[in-house]
Every structure is written in structure tokens, then in C-alpha cells.
Design a protein. Structure first.
Length: 336
């Protein structure tokens, strides 16, 4: 092995509105630089990512590697973006392009995978070795940590937890998924808005019905459902109860499949977890196999807004360590 000193890494979280880069030490991100996401072209986006990384390096010193999390499907071994709905990176060899711009090793993964790796650092006194994370936002993302490392499937495209089907006859997925009744179709912010809008159309005398009648398109926003639920509105609470039950069905499946130590719920909707997570947990524990139901802790994510940056940095540190271990092993074999 080379030295045991912690590698110098930068983590990058690429989102639809901003790119954030930060120096990651342990489970902390410092010297964070943010840039607005330029969606005009893949070249413009690559430039913004590189600028953010350089700003962090200028503040904190040279690095050994950079980790990047993107809201896309990534072939991990090649670092190529296979599919990307909301940002213009589909087909881009992101690892090679950024490595050429930055002059250092770059590792690229799905942003939910990176977030899960970060969350594993915040569960107990020691990092969790087995964890499932669900991110409930506009869609539903997910990440799995097994043995302290990200589980990706054979090519890096697996662990798409938001597209696990919980109701075969449910609504169509609002994302780039050909299925019906997946978690994204029933437990996302988009799903909550769709359910609330349908309720408003069917119950015009309700508060939601009156709200929808006063605006073009008749849509009800997810935030409005959450706010109404906090004020005690029974219809809003019923909508969140339905979301929670479907979420519990999905969680039960993940308990049965992975037997994780932890399942954590993140994303924008997690800010309203006090309104639905207890119901989801009860549903999950009723449905999971009895031998497994009590072994998993279910909670709200703890890493905060820097989870993507932290996880991307941890990814780089892990992969850098693996490559160093492989190099040392090869050298030992050659000497032998």
C-alpha cells in the first residue's frame, strides 16, 4: 500500500439549477464553489463544472482526484453518460472530457448513488456498511450501499429504485420510464401534484377544488398540499397518507431484498417527513418478512444540502484507493 494519508479530493454535485464543487475531507465539504447550471449545451455545462472545480482547487490546493455526481444514468467503468433527461450530457464521455480539462483523475456516478454514500457516513458512530436511500423530489431516485461501497449492477445502470413497481395498474410514470405504478408515479412531488389536481377536479367544492378553479390549468402544487396538511386539512392529509402507504410498500421490498441496516429518505419531500414517514414505516414493517422487519432503521436523511458534494468526494477517495491498491498488487506480483 502507498501511504495511509487521506487523499485530496473534490466532489461535484451537478443539478438542474446549479453546479456545486467542494473539497471533501472525511464527511465534510469545505471551500464550496457554486455556478449556475448552463443547460445550453454539453460543452457549456462541461465548462461550468470545470470552472467550479478550479475555484475550489484555487482556494484549497491541488487534488489527487475529482468525483462527479450527475442526475443521469452512467456507465461507471467508462464514465460515459448513457441517458440524461434534464441536463444535456447524454452520450458524453464525462470522465474523459473532465479529466482532459482538469488534468487529474475523474470518477463519475449517478447523483443518488453519491448521496447514498454520503448518508452512510451519518448513520452511527461508524459509517454504515449497508444502506438504502430514497430521494423523493420531482422524481424518485435511489442509491444502495453494500459493504460500504455503492452497488450499481453489472454496468453501473442498476439500483433505479424509483422505478420499482408497487402497483401494476397504477398511473403512468412521469419520468423516462415505460412502466406504470412505480414509486416515481406514486411517491414523487410530481405524483403528489397529479393526485391533488385530480382530487380538485373531482371535488370542486373542496378547498383544493376552489384553489384549482382560480388558476389556469387547474393544477395544485405539492407544496400547497404539504402546507394544507400542516394546517390540519383532512383532504391534504389523506393525499399524503396515500403517498405514505405506497412508499411503505416499496420500503418493504427493499428490506426483503437488501436487508439493510438503514433506509433513509431524502429529497425535497423529506422536509415533510413528519407528515408521512411514520405511516410509511408502519406499512413497511407490516409487509416485510417478519425475520427482517425489525432489523432495519428507517429515518430521514442527515447529510443535508452538501450530500451530493460529500458523496462525490467520497466516491473519488474510494476509487482512488482501489486503483492504488491494484497498482501495488500488480507491482508485488511483478517483483515476485
Amino acid at each position: 500500500m502507498q501511504g495511509t494519508a487521506e487523499p485530496a479530493v473534490v466532489g461535484v454535485d451537478v443539478g438542474g439549477t446549479k453546479v456545486a464543487a467542494g473539497r471533501v475531507t472525511g464527511a465534510r465539504a469545505v471551500e464550496i464553489a457554486e455556478r449556475p447550471t448552463d443547460l445550453s449545451s454539453s460543452a457549456a455545462m462541461l465548462d461550468e463544472i470545470a470552472v467550479a472545480v478550479r475555484e475550489t482547487i484555487e482556494r484549497s490546493g491541488p487534488v489527487d482526484a475529482v468525483g462527479v455526481g450527475v442526475p443521469s444514468q452512467v456507465d461507471f467503468d467508462s464514465g460515459r453518460v448513457v441517458a440524461s433527461v434534464n441536463i444535456p450530457l447524454e452520450g458524453v464521455s464525462l470522465r474523459d472530457e473532465l479529466s482532459a480539462r482538469l488534468g487529474t483523475r475523474v470518477y463519475v456516478d449517478n447523483d443518488a448513488n453519491c448521496a447514498a454514500l454520503a448518508e452512510a457516513q451519518f448513520t452511527d458512530d461508524a459509517p454504515a456498511q449497508s444502506l438504502v436511500m430514497l430521494t423523493l423530489g420531482t422524481g424518485v431516485g435511489g442509491g444502495v450501499v453494500i459493504g460500504g461501497r455503492i452497488f450499481r449492477g453489472s454496468s453501473g445502470l442498476g439500483a433505479e429504485l424509483g422505478h420499482v413497481v408497487v402497483d401494476a395498474n397504477g398511473p403512468e410514470c412521469p419520468g423516462a420510464c415505460p412502466n406504470r405504478g412505480c414509486l416515481e408515479a406514486l411517491c414523487s412531488g410530481t405524483a403528489l401534484e397529479r393526485a391533488a389536481t385530480a382530487f380538485a377536479a373531482a371535488h370542486r367544492a373542496s378547498w383544493f377544488g376552489q384553489l384549482a378553479a382560480d388558476r389556469s390549468g387547474g393544477r395544485v402544487k405539492g407544496r400547497e398540499v404539504v402546507d394544507a396538511a400542516r394546517e390540519g386539512d383532512a383532504d391534504a392529509r389523506a393525499l399524503l397518507y396515500d403517498l405514505a402507504r405506497w412508499l411503505g410498500v416499496g420500503i418493504a421490498s427493499f428490506v426483503n431484498i437488501f436487508e439493510p441496516d438503514h433506509i433513509v429518505i431524502g429529497g425535497g419531500l423529506s422536509a415533510a417527513a413528519d407528515l408521512f414517514l411514520a405511516t410509511a414505516e408502519a406499512e413497511a414493517r407490516e409487509r416485510a418478512l417478519p425475520a427482517l422487519a425489525g432489523r432495519t432503521r428507517i429515518s430521514v436523511a442527515q447529510a443535508g444540502n452538501d450530500a451530493g458534494v460529500i458523496g462525490a468526494g467520497l466516491l473519488a477517495a474510494q476509487e482512488l484507493g482501489l486503483s492504488d491498491d491494484t497498482a501495488d498488487l500488480t507491482a508485488t506480483e511483478e517483483v515476485g
